[in-house]
Design a protein around this ligand. Structure first.
Ligand code: M6R
Length: 605
């Protein structure tokens, strides 16, 4: 959480940083601030609120400088107010931070900082410790400081007497850095860097990096210089803008056919699933006795769909574990458990820690990640990148469907490696998978119709979503989407579970969204729907086109989904659920892309 940026060079640091902070704002948007270092003088501008508020502050003062650091905050220690906004300053040190310093209270005691700090943050304490150790050598001060810190951190630091230089160091929380035309930049992620260059590197943990207009230097904690491992971002710069859509969420929903295409096409060779570019050996798929998927939020919901596919088609047991709970349930993973970690950002700390634990237990691992070079990608044995491009809206959409696309491919490869399917079955499955983008396009063409459907729940206080099997899995995601962007309370229930308690909440006019896409479950699902209708519920039904409905059953609305083979129906149905959530949020006049209290990248436990 929190976005950090640093720039030094020929350009106007403040403008560059403000633009970058807007691109990083999805990481946290409680407050924002910048510091500019100019001829030994550091000026800080910061305030609670959004980057646009910081821009106003800047317009009033227009401080000069070609070197600076900037921050957009998701509060952990200390409430949301001007004084807790970053940057923080102590003596000659100005600093921004992403992460949590767990031992900050001990540090306050140890270095007698009581009464000397202005904010309630753990970050200011770090600035004070750096100041304590600073005797003219920034590397030494940072080395000594980080050895005292417990927790996670990405720190970017200005020293008053180190003109034009930014220093940075990290543990777990990410920092990437790049040389730009006439300068150098660092950032929490590549989103802020790609407008300037495609070449960047991930700052290794516990290394000190220094940026100057002349370039970048990297040192390990013993002070030895290290070679930089450069990477290339393949994100299209143009794709970072809204391109005429009012919100990124809509743009990203609309991009799904292309994103899925980009994800599956490079992994189909001669009509068969192929992971040779990732180097994944078939033994991995053959030798495992069970699979454990670890992920959070939407990525975890993608895992649930993967579980249904793999159990049904491969016949091996799959657990899907919320990464945030993984460590607290005495996880049983071993060398026969294939661990699949799923994460859009590749930085979710719970997923990262769970993955590291599983690897220590000897589990082979594959991660499904969207951001190249992210921590989870680097911590797993093999990585399959979803080629979704930058996902900026906090609510995940195209990352989810591309994660599903990878899970479909992995399932097919596993079936192939285990000789489970004949040629005909494999060909049919792969042809159906290849059809997903065009089917999604068909749904997207009906977005105005879906907008009207969304009107049915616009003023609802509670919404229930019911379905069975795969339909239930995607409703969990549909419900999360609705909650996070519209603030309407909603619950997804396995329809068969309703009678065990929840049906007590269904009364006259309760809105219920029901998804019925699985032939083998249809009759049971429809009778569960009758049960809620008998209690007065208004049901919005998503069902396959041409599917017969009994006379006499009343529907609030029926949306006809383009038909695919049952196991692929989650793809068109998910798009409809995403659009419903989006339009409800839009029509309520909410900030769709930045729902309250949330951040795009969750790097604290
Ligand atoms: O970056 P990750 O995929 O690891 O993020 C996991 C969740 O935090 C994320 O999916 C979250 O649930 C989204 N806000 C949902 O839209």
């Amino acid at each position: 959480m929190c976005g950090i940026i640093g720039y030094t060079g020929k350009g106007k640091a403040a403008q560059i940083m403000l633009d970058a902070l807007e691109l990083l704002e999805y990481r946290g948007y409680d407050s924002a601030g910048i510091a500019l270092l100019n001829q030994g003088h550091t000026q800080i501008l910061k305030s609670a609120g959004r980057v646009k508020d910081l821009r106003k502050l800047y317009a009033g003062q227009k401080p000069d400088g070609q070197c600076g650091i900037g921050h957009t905050r998701w509060a952990t220690h200390g409430g949301v107010c001007d004084k807790n906004a970053h940057p923080h300053r102590f003596g000659r040190i100005t600093l921004i931070h992403n992460g949590i310093i767990e031992n900050y209270r001990e540090l306050i005691e140890k270095y007698h900082l009581q009464g000397k700090l202005e904010s309630e943050t753990d970050t200011e304490v770090v600035a004070a410790v750096v100041e304590r150790f600073y005797t003219g050598d920034p590397y030494s001060a940072l080395r000594r400081t980080v050895l005292k810190l417990k927790g996670t951190f990405a720190l970017a630091v200005l020293f008053d007497d180190q003109p034009d230089k930014i220093f940075a160091v990290r543990n777990v929380s990410p920092i990437v850095a790049a040389v730009t035309d006439g300068g150098a930049m660092l950032s929490s992620d590549v989103a802020a860097i790609v407008p300037y260059t495609q070449d960047y590197f991930v700052v290794p943990e516990f290394h000190v990096v220094s940026l100057s207009p002349e370039g970048i230097e990297l040192f390990d904690l013993s002070g030895d210089r290290e070679e930089i491992e450069w990477m290339k971002a393949d994100w299209d710069v143009g794709k970072s803008g809204k391109e005429g859509y009012p919100f990124y969420m809509e743009k990203e929903i609309m991009e799904q056919p292309d994103a899925v295409r980009e994800t599956i096409l490079p992994r189909i060779r001669n009509g068969k699933p192929d992971f040779s570019q990732e180097g994944i050996p078939d033994e991995m798929f053959v030798d495992c006795k069970r699979i454990c998927v670890i992920a959070c939020g939407t990525a975890m919901h993608a895992g649930l769909v993967g579980k249904s596919l793999i159990q049904a088609m491969i016949g091996i047991h799959v657990d899907v574990v919320m990464a945030s709970e993984f460590m607290y349930n005495d996880p049983v993973v071993d060398k026969e458990t294939l661990v699949i970690a799923i994460s859009q950002s590749g930085e979710t700390i719970d997923t990262l820690e769970a993955l590291k634990f599983a690897r220590k237990c000897g589990s082979p691992s594959i991660s499904i990640v969207n951001v190249k070079g992210a921590s989870i990608a680097r911590a797993s044995e093999y990585v399959v990148y979803t080629n979704a491009g930058p996902e900026i809206a906090v609510a995940s959409t195209k990352a989810y469907t591309t994660q599903l696309a990878v899970l479909y491919l992995l399932t097919a490869r596993m079936a192939m490696a285990r000789n489970l399917w004949d040629e005909k079955k494999l060909t049919g499955y792969m042809q159906e998978l290849s059809r997903v983008p065009e089917v999604m396009e068909q749904v997207l063409k009906t977005k105005e119709e879906i907008h009207r459907l969304a009107g049915v729940i616009l003023n609802a206080k509670d919404v229930f979503m019911i379905g069975r099997g795969l339909d239930y899995s995607i409703l969990l995601e549909g419900s999360l989407k609705l909650k996070e962007v519209s603030y309407i309370h909603s619950e997804a229930y396995a329809s068969g579970e309703l009678k065990h308690g929840t049906i007590a909440l269904i009364t006259e006019d309760t809105p219920v969204i029901a998804v019925v896409t699985q032939d083998k479950l249809k009759s049971k699902e429809l009778s569960n729907i009758r049960e809620v209708q008998s209690r007065g519920a208004r049901v919005l039904l998503l069902i396959k086109e041409n599917e017969a409905l009994e006379e006499g059953q009343e529907w609030s609305c029926v949306y006809r989904l383009p038909k695919m083979e049952d196991s692929f129906m989650v793809m068109p149905a998910s798009v409809v659920l995403q659009l419903i959530a989006y339009y409800v949020s839009l029509d309520k006049g909410l900030d769709v892309d930045k729902p309250r209290n949330l951040a795009k990248v969750v790097t604290v436990e």
